[in-house]
Write a protein that binds this ligand. Sequence first.
Ligand code: CUO
Length: 666
Amino acid sequence: TEPCFMAKGEKNSVFDIPNDYLAPRYQSIGTQLFNRFGEEAGERIPVKKISLPNLGNILDLPRHANFSLFLPAHREYAKKLIDIFMGMRNVDELQSMAVYSRDRVNPYLFNYCLSVALLHRPDTQDLDVPTFMQSFPDKFLDSRALARAREEANIVPTGSRMPIEIPIDYTASNLEEEHRLAYFREDLGINLHHWHWHLVYPFNGPRELVNKNRRGELFYYMHQQIMARYNSERLCNSLKRVTRLTDWRSPIVEAYFPKLDSIVASRSYPARVANQTLRDLNREQDQVKADIGQLERWRDRIMAAIHSGVVQDESGNSISLTEFEGIDILGNMIESSIISPNRAFYGDIHNYGHVFLSYIHDPDHRHLESFGVIGDSTTAMRDPIFYRWHAFIDDVFQQFKATLPRYSVNQLNYDGVTVTSCQVQSQNAPANVLSTFWQQSDVDLSRGMDFQPRGSVFVRFTHLQHQPFNYTINVNNAGAARQGTCRIFIAPAVDERGNPWLFQDQRTLFIELDRFVVNLRPGQNTITRRSDQSAVTIPFERTFRNLEANRPQGGDALEQFNFCGCGWPQHMLICKGSVEGMQCQLFVMISNIADDRVNQDTNVPCNDASSFCGIKDRLYPDRRSMGYPFDRMPRDGVSTLQQFLTANMRVTNVTIQFTNRTVRRQ
Ligand code: CUO
């Protein structure tokens, strides 16, 4: 809340700012504010005086309001501010503009726009910015733990402070069966990933920032994989798969009480009690006026496009939804992004679903309440309704996928390549048994909270973890030396009733664990791979970068910037399993590199979670349709996984064994 103070590493730097940059009410006390940090203030960073652009209606969003990209008015403010930050001629001017706007603009809006600009400007690629969790811990942490952290910081000197423990069960009790999944929905790493994904792939803003390679398809695929993971996780907890939210006029049984307080808005995030019903929205202050009927019309037009195979663009031209590019167009249309072929006609269905759900408690703003957690990509995944909405969205994509030609044996097989065996091994465990447990980790909040005196304050949270494991895959290559792409997935072996799956159902539950290129010699090959090398995940330290007490300084750490925060958290690579041992099927495939390869240099920083996040400034590094080979209905005659297999694929039965014990991260 103080003007323009920024702590960097151990030394606290202060911006030396022109007095007229301060908000008018601070201008007469500028020097006092500056001196407030006294001896704590380290380096004084001069701020260049520039001619300042007019912030215009960006200032219409009050400083103490909450901010959501799902709201069209807020998107417009964001677009304008991103344009201003992107338009600054050099880093000095950007810094100057950032310092100037920070005291005037809504803090969430400011942080989002500056993050997008830093991520996309060529001259800021080596800048270190604090992670979002440090800037706004209120969006991730139990409000009670935050209050206790503040108390600890105020009373206890640095060095004697105790970590504040966040219980794993704080949002509900076991009377609520959905609460069994709270450890997944409220996982800090999962929510940070989701925020970063939407930061890397904004649906609004300057066109060149939005129009990234296959971004519509990746919207579909990354969220499809979230659903596959959540559904598998539900089966681990004896719950059935998520029911799609298709009836928008009946009560919604799921309730959610987030127990988050927005520091900026000084308000609690509203809760949703059981059996609330969506209603038409008319909230003048947010400039939101929308009827459920409109949502239904958008849905019907999208369905008509899918089943006719053609969409109409804004000029009335027909665009075919082709076998490979159709899904990308649909992704942009359904999300929707500004590169939707026709937003006026196909609307903004997915984003508006978030908006409708987020105002269910106060559709006409009579109670002056803001949106619920589902209304912000930072917090949306905490709420069980997120998964019901995204189950609907994913089903729309699946209906399109069902219209595509099935993969033929030729499109699946890799002639002469036979996977003869596959095994997973974790330490001190029998082969093909993976083990999961709870782990407690500490993160330092001190940069996100305005403590006096300063110094580290840790919170200790409990999250799922697994023993690292290795894959050993034996492959026979009947041809000359060549390469292939190894693709590894896992899915529950049986459905809710304990029956074996039909392939067409099980295919949507396959979770991608890894994808990597392998070199095959003629004859026998043994491929080994560690679980923490996964192309889906980022290491714990990256998810919580800068939050670790002893994070590395400079060099590589600096390169690990916002883009690198995108990636599924390694600690959530596999599902929880069960105490009895969850039976799963591990699927390994070596696909034909000729149809996989994208010729480009991918040896760049942060290329290790490419499956969900792509690679910065590169093409998506796999030419196949995302989700291959499980993204389509099976060929004729295939009704089980075994029947689907070609020689270059192999299935191994794996057990995920959960032990109800908690270990401390060392
Ligand atoms: Cu990620 Cu609905 O898209 O939240």
